[in-house]
Design a protein around this ligand. Structure first.
Ligand SMILES: [Zn+2]
Ligand SMILES: [Zn+2]
Length: 278
């Protein structure tokens, strides 16, 4: 049993075969997928919720939960309409987190001051709705700038809420993970943990306490080895869990069950019954 804690199921790259790939995920042992609701920008951040509802109760399809948020890439599009849409989405029962939000100084698709404003504002909206947050953080090349600023903001504005969250697709150093753990976060590892040059990610994955780790695909991006470079999909979270197991010197079954338990404990969600429901 596995959980993909971060997938963009609303990607247009899945428009032809979404149901088939969800069934493949089920066959790979994936029972829950958190579908990230950033859309192609604020106008479409409701799509993840729609997918959650579309597949609700379907046999041999994982349970789909949703988030909603404005990605730092689209921070320049964050206006009052977008914020009120986000607030409304966070009140829906299938929406269990605000995200992915944060800072991306690698692409700088939105000016950094706007990224920080959108990040802060979304933390306020999520706090008022008592929802945890999912963090996207990517620094400039050969820098830790976005990590340093993200963690400062989390410690100052988020830690006091006690709501915690997830650092998704973790690529930072152990000290960044340690600060996030202290602020009540889980650390989620993605397909890049399997990349040959990603030893620093594996080093961090060896140190994070086993009860604070999640696995994800970030599909359709970042497919793990041996599918690297191809379109990613939730079934491939199995490769992420297998690499985590290797790094931790535990069985793949234990890596799967512990990360699944961590997700359910954090979100207060129930595991899927193994019996087929129609
Ligand atoms: Zn991200
Ligand atoms: Zn993502």
């Amino acid at each position: 049993m596995l959980i993909d804690s971060h997938a963009h199921l609303d990607s247009p790259r899945y428009s032809e075969d979404r149901e088939a790939l969800l069934h493949r995920a089920w066959q790979a042992g994936v029972r829950t997928v958190l579908s990230i609701g950033i859309g192609e920008g604020p106008d479409t951040m409701h799509q993840a919720l729609e997918i959650s509802r579309q597949y609700k109760g379907k046999p041999e399809i994982p349970k789909i939960l949703a988030s909603a948020g404005i990605h730092p890439h689209e921070a320049s599009l964050a206006d009052e309409t977008a914020y009120s849409k986000l607030d409304q989405l966070l009140s829906e029962p299938e929406v269990i987190a605000c995200g992915e939000i944060g800072l991306d100084y690698y692409y700088d698709n939105s000016p950094r001051d706007m990224q920080k404003t959108a990040f802060r504002r979304q933390m306020e909206i999520a706090a008022a709705r008592r929802q945890p947050i999912i963090i996207h953080c990517r620094p400039s090349e050969n820098s830790t700038n976005a990590w340093d600023e993200t963690l400062d903001l989390l410690e100052e504005s988020w830690k006091p809420t006690g709501l915690g969250g997830i650092l998704h697709c973790f690529t930072g150093e152990w000290d960044h993970a340690r600060r996030a753990l202290d602020a009540g976060f889980l650390i989620s590892f993605a397909g890049n943990i399997t990349f040959p040059k990603a030893q620093p990610i594996r080093d961090a994955a060896a140190l994070v306490p086993l009860d604070s780790i999640l696995v994800e695909t970030d599909a359709p991006f970042l497919a793990p080895v041996p599918n690297r470079g191809k379109r990613n999909e939730p079934a491939f979270v199995r490769e992420v869990a297998a690499k985590l197991a290797e790094v931790r010197q535990i069985t793949p079954e234990l890596a799967s069950s512990r990360t699944t338990e961590n997700f359910h404990r954090f979100f207060g969600t129930a595991p899927q019954p193994e019996t087929r429901s129609n």
